[in-house]
Design a protein around this ligand. Structure first.
Ligand SMILES: [Zn+2]
Length: 271
């Protein structure tokens, strides 16, 4: 077996994919066929702007097994135009919208003033709470800021810390707030600096663990640096299963159960 092939197991849910990105949208049929081949049965597609959220809602409408998360990603906050937030609020009522986001905070890129990021994050949290939908949270070098903003709510938060990259202490703080943690391809990278991330993946409670691709970004090993797509969530699943001393099949079943429960996905609606 070559390094880039893998046994098929599933069902798998990719909880975070930017399917409207041109790198995937131009060959969506191929992307979905390869996802099915690797056991992926459901995908949560993620909006990053008002326009992309609208596109994601259309994708979900037109494809079995694709569900929509809608929001304005923090790095796109500054470019949002008047009326864009109202469009997000309207889209929240569209069919197959299963989450609000991605939202959150980002100190790595300096594209949106931080107070504006915090204001947008707050709006997403309120909308998610009002519609009783989980929230998808982006966090880049902002663990403490996010914990502080969520603690101010004074209630547990239903949702996901997506593409989690923190350490054990960060994980404990997010889990205590009620969040799930979702792992993307970084957990498969060979860098020793990612050992603390692997520690979280191997020790955290199984019933809060999710997996994602964040495609087209963060391709898992051995595809690192290439355009990612939902089928490759299988490699991330296999690596985390190995870290936990489980069969990949077993981790697939449990993370799929977690995703379906959190997003309320209909088990019968598959790719
Ligand atoms: Zn994303």
């Amino acid at each position: 077996m070559s390094e880039s092939s893998i046994a098929t197991f599933g069902p798998l849910v990719d909880t975070h994919a930017h399917l409207d990105d041109p790198r995937m949208a131009r060959d969506l049929a191929g992307v979905l066929a390869r996802a099915r081949e690797h056991g992926v049965t459901q995908i949560v597609a993620i909006g990053t702007t008002a326009a992309s959220s609208r596109d994601i809602v259309s994708l979900a409408r037109d494809h079995q097994g694709i569900f929509a998360a809608i929001g304005i990603q923090p790095n796109h906050g500054a470019e949002a135009e008047p009326g864009d937030w109202e469009r997000i609020v309207e889209l929240a009522d569209a069919p197959k919208v299963v989450a609000i986001g991605e939202t959150g905070l980002d100190r790595y890129w300096d594209r949106t003033p931080f107070p504006l990021q915090q204001d947008l994050f707050d709006r997403h949290l309120t909308l998610a709470f009002e519609r009783q939908l989980p929230v998808v949270i982006h966090c880049r070098q902002c663990e403490a800021d996010i914990v502080a903003q969520l603690e101010q709510l004074g209630r547990p938060v239903s949702g996901i810390l997506h593409s989690f990259t923190g350490n054990w202490d960060d994980a404990q703080a997010f889990l205590a707030l009620g969040l799930h943690l979702s792992f993307a391809g970084m957990v498969t990278f060979r860098n020793e600096s990612l050992d603390p991330l692997r520690e979280v993946a191997s020790r955290m409670p199984l019933d809060r663990l999710l997996i994602e691709t964040d495609s087209p970004y963060l391709s898992p090993h051995p595809f690192r640096g290439k355009t990612n797509e939902p089928g490759r969530v299988a490699w991330t699943c296999a690596r985390i299963a190995e870290l936990r001393g489980m069969e990949a099949e077993e981790l697939a079943l449990q993370t799929t159960r977690n995703a379906r429960r959190l997003f309320g996905l209909e088990e019968t609606e598959t790719l």
